[in-house]
Design a binder for this molecule. Structure first.
Ligand code: CP
Length: 360
């Protein structure tokens, strides 16, 4: 059975199949109208969402299926202390597929270890957001005609931005990608993404301080919000919250065919004047999110009993009672889950749930 917890759970071939299916759905909406009749999607959202939850709901409805679930865990038995593992072992009796968002990193991975139906990670803390990645890949494909060879600038909160982390991981599967990281020191991309993802996958990247110095090079400008909810320190948030604001003046010198993406919601990092620019693709990106989630739900249900679409075996994962993850946002520091680790190429130890480096 295939779950989607991290973008790397999909092979490049599977990702291409899902993008191609989304394009076919866009071109032939009627053909897919009833293809998941009598199937049910459960949306278990422990953290707020507009786009992701509603696009999953709309996607399942457009496939002829039904949707159940919760959008506020306080109104579920989670408020009585029910764990992620137990919740999923209940909900998999009612649904054919589950999409879940959680503020704790690794929670969807825990769900996947206990579920009898495919689990889709709809965002876990600052860690990963693989369905946003599929949305972004479909949007780049539709806006620019393809992904190989693009130069993409990521701007804003690259430290906590899970959409950025996931998209960079997925771009490792494409040819000749150049990544330009535009962020203040406090919000730079975590080292593990630079080393484990960019360096290992041969992604050419560099770090700069302003949009203006690179705007003319970019095929895609990927803007992000500074995420107040991820900061432990309010003063640090106040210092960086207005770091990068995209306005028409900053777009002078940009390519005519550049695409401006943003996972949304925005706060103030793109001024409303930019919305009129034909390169502003972020509301088209939202609709692509529905189409690609239709393709994903349909594919995961179709692949469920197909051994050629199984999750990778991770024989390198190990337990060690002397090791503990110290990431306060990791599911393993909140719920009674079996601690799991793996070694990095540099001989360090990483938590499987949240990717944090672990020390004795
Ligand atoms: N892009 C995105 O994840 O938006 P929501 O938080 O509204 O789901």
């Amino acid at each position: 059975m295939k779950h989607l917890i991290d973008p790397t759970d999909l092979t490049r071939k599977e990702t291409d199949e899902i993008i191609a299916l989304a394009l076919d759905i866009i071109a032939n909406r009627e053909k897919y109208r009833d293809c998941l009749k009598y199937h049910k999607l459960a949306t278990l959202f422990y953290e707020p969402s507009t786009r992701t939850r509603l696009s999953f709901t709309a996607a399942m409805m457009e496939l002829g299926g039904n949707v159940l679930g919760f959008s506020d865990a306080k109104n579920s038995s989670v408020s009585k202390g029910e764990t992620v593992a137990d919740t999923v072992r209940v909900v998999d009796k009612f649904a054919d597929i589950i999409a879940t968002r959680h503020s704790l990193e690794g929670a969807p991975y825990v769900a996947s270890r206990f579920s009898r139906v495919p689990i889709i990670n709809a965002g876990d803390g600052s860690h990963a957001h693989p369905t946003q990645t599929l949305t972004d890949l479909l949007t780049i494909t539709r806006e620019l005609g393809g992904i190989d060879g693009i130069t993409i600038g990521f701007c804003g909160d690259l430290k906590f931005g899970r959409t950025v982390h996931s998209l960079i991981k997925a771009l490792g599967g494409y040819k000749d990608i150049k990544v330009i990281l535009i962020a203040p020191d406090e919000l730079r991309l975590p080292d593990y993404i630079k080393h484990d993802v960019c360096d290992r996958q041969g992604i050419n990247y560099r770090e700069v301080k302003t949009i203006e110095e690179v705007i003319g090079e970019l095929d895609v400008l990927y803007m992000t919000r500074v995420q107040k909810e991820r900061f432990l320190d309010e003063e640090e948030f106040a210092r960086v919250k207005d770091s990068f604001v995209l306005d028409p003046a900053k777009l002078e010198g940009a390519k005519k065919k550049m695409a401006i993406l943003h996972p949304l919601p925005r706060v103030n990092e793109i001024t409303q004047e930019v919305d009129q620019d034909p390169r502003a693709a972020y509301f088209r990106q939202v609709e692509n999110g529905k189409f690609v989630r239709m393709a994903l739900i349909y594919s995961l249900i179709k692949w469920k009993d197909d051994p050629t679409h199984a999750m990778p075996e991770h024989e390198e994962y190990f337990t060690d009672v002397t090791l503990h993850c110290h990431n306060s946002k990791c599911i393993s520091t909140h719920e009674d889950v079996k601690p799991l680790f793996h070694h990095t190429d540099e001989g360090l130890v990483r938590c499987v749930y949240c990717d944090a480096i672990v020390s004795k």
